[in-house]
Design a protein around this ligand. Sequence first.
Ligand code: SAH
Length: 212
Amino acid sequence: MELLKLQGVIVSEDVERAMLRVPREEFVLPEYRDEAYEDHPLPILEGQTISAPHMCAIMCEAAEIRRGDSVLEIGTGSGYHAALCAEIVSPTGEPVEGLVVTVEVVKRLAFFARENLKRTGYYDRVHVIVADGSTGAPVRSAFDRILVTAAAPKVPPPLLEQLKEGGILVIPVGPRWQQLLVKLKREKEGVAREPITYCVFVALRGRYGYER
Ligand code: SAH
């Protein structure tokens, strides 16, 4: 990906490497391949979108994702953002490194993502689970970092519960057509909240989404 440091949003070398290595054209629909390296969202299946590259970078930077981290993503979509996370937490793919779990509510998208991850060599580093991720991952574990790539009316409490102490959750919250991307850090006592930027994401569904 031609970067130009993506308008200054890329700060860390890890994020830069991930943006350079993960081939976005392999995660978009064939008819949009020509636009794969333009900095805007693109339609995928089921009326969903793959986020703009700058938004993926902003979220990875805000979440301070590092090598060795365990990352949970809610909203797999194409699998592109999950692949970026895998490239950051596990650049060599060795089992000792970090791991990415990603949850998708639409089965067809989970299949689409798995195929994309296989073709690009990220399949072993990313577990794609089909479930309502608004209630967290259906696994008994806590994560260092959680990214939600669909907008929620409020922060779903189960996601905060799946965050380790010192862990960071990045999520777009607010009304349906305009949200604030927020960073929440779980501290010994309480949660620190920091606004990152305004944004517009597709809607989170499920128990803690807009529609029940
Ligand atoms: N991160 C994706 C883009 C996400 S688009 C990428 O890199 O391509 C948002 C995705 O969230 C859609 O695929 C949508 O189906 C999914 N989604 C919506 N509500 C969900 C829920 N409750 N649990 C899991 N996934 C959900």
